[in-house]
Design a binder for this molecule. Structure first.
Ligand code: PSU
Ligand code: MN
Length: 346
């Protein structure tokens, strides 16, 4: 009777192909973890996961390569191991060499470069498994990256902006899988909030429904209310569900969440540094035009990249600088949080 519970017993082909060649770790067939990341995780050292959809579908080449290298350097300079996550040649890859970073960055805008969320993971690894001609390069979204980070044992993840509930959701039902993923995967995400082209009130409602902890870095002791940030802006007019003072407090929350056995993730919003901020009033008009353009020009998982590219075009260089500034700020905070968490876990 017990053997009936073991699905591998009834799939000899799967067992042969995976266990036989891969030292018993069935994940290895599709998931490649770099030696550096693997040993850092095993030793309990701080590791920060980094997404790649920003390089394949956000920043053009070669700026994306500069950015990818700069983010990794910031994580290292702040004492943690960076683990950029993407799809290369049919493998999910966690922790990239510089050559692999180049390959990823060069795939920007090319045919066969896929935006990979949870739903796409089996497709982009499974098709090459049976037909080696399909060698996808994939940029993983926050959802896709979180799944793989968790498989690799990484608990902290830093990036720019989180997906959300889209405006007009009552017609389109467009809710980013980033939100459901945070609800089901125990990874802590450090980001600058969500872009104001989304419906931020509903985004926070949805995160609450999904059981995701949401905290914004700020000064709780000042008595001033702290707003949830909107990527380019330090606030969006909505008060954050809670406020965290620093990386140590964030680590405490993550540690408690894991210790309690909660399977959901945590969101730590880190407002854009003041010097890079673009005030909400300034960006709202541009967003309105971009969202309207997207309604006729894009569907499905193209909607977000379309809007992001359109905003980028309409704000010229200014938004790139802001983008870069906030991502570096999050990479730094991610490293600090990972470091504090490693101390608590010692
Ligand atoms: N928002 C941003 N920048 C981004 C993204 C969103 O301000 O780069 C990317 C992230 O990879 C995020 C994804 O996970 O878009 C969400 O896409 P969708 O809305 O299709 O779920
Ligand atoms: Mn969507």
């Amino acid at each position: 009777m017990r053997s009936l519970l073991n699905p591998l017993r009834y799939r000899p082909a799967l067992r042969r192909r995976t266990y036989a060649t891969l030292g018993g770790n069935r994940l290895n067939q599709f998931l490649k973890i770099s030696d550096e990341v693997r040993s850092a995780v095993a030793a309990g050292k701080p590791v920060v996961a980094l997404e790649s959809a920003i390089y394949t579908h956000g920043f053009p080449h070669p700026q994306n390569l500069d950015l990818a290298r700069a983010i990794e350097k910031t994580v290292r300079d702040n004492g943690a191991v960076p683990a950029t996550i993407c799809i290369l040649e049919g493998n999910a890859v966690v922790g990239l060499s510089d050559k692999e970073l180049e390959q990823l960055a060069e795939s920007f805008g090319k045919q066969g470069t896929i935006k990979v969320s949870r739903r796409d993971l089996a497709y982009v690894t499974g098709l090459p498994f049976v037909d080696s001609l399909n060698k996808f390069v994939g940029g993983t979204t926050i959802a896709g990256t979180s799944v793989l980070a968790h498989m690799a044992g990484i608990k902290v993840f830093a990036t720019g902006g989180l997906g959300g509930v889209h405006r007009g959701v009552e017609k389109t039902m467009d809710v980013s899988a980033d939100l459901t993923e945070l609800g089901r995967t125990p990874v802590a995400l450090i980001c600058a909030g969500s872009k104001a082209f989304l419906d931020l009130r509903r985004t926070l409602e949805y995160l609450e429904t999904e059981g995701v902890y949401v905290g914004t870095f700020g000064d709780r002791k000042s008595g001033q209310p702290v707003q949830y940030p909107a990527f380019y802006s330090r606030g969006c007019g909505i008060i954050s569900p809670s406020v965290v003072q620093d990386a140590k407090e964030a680590a405490g929350i993550i540690y408690a969440s894991h210790s309690l056995g909660l399977t959901s993730g945590q969101l730590f919003a880190n407002p854009i540094p003041k010097e890079y901020e673009i005030p909400n009033e300034e960006i709202q008009d541009i967003i309105k035009v971009s969202v309207e353009a997207a309604e006729t020009a894009s569907t499905g998982n193209d909607v977000t990249p379309f809007i992001l590219a359109d905003i980028l075009k309409r704000t010229a260089g200014r938004s790139i600088e802001a983008n870069r500034g906030l991502i570096m700020n999050n990479a730094m905070m991610g490293a600090k949080v990972a470091m504090e968490l490693a101390k608590l876990e010692e």
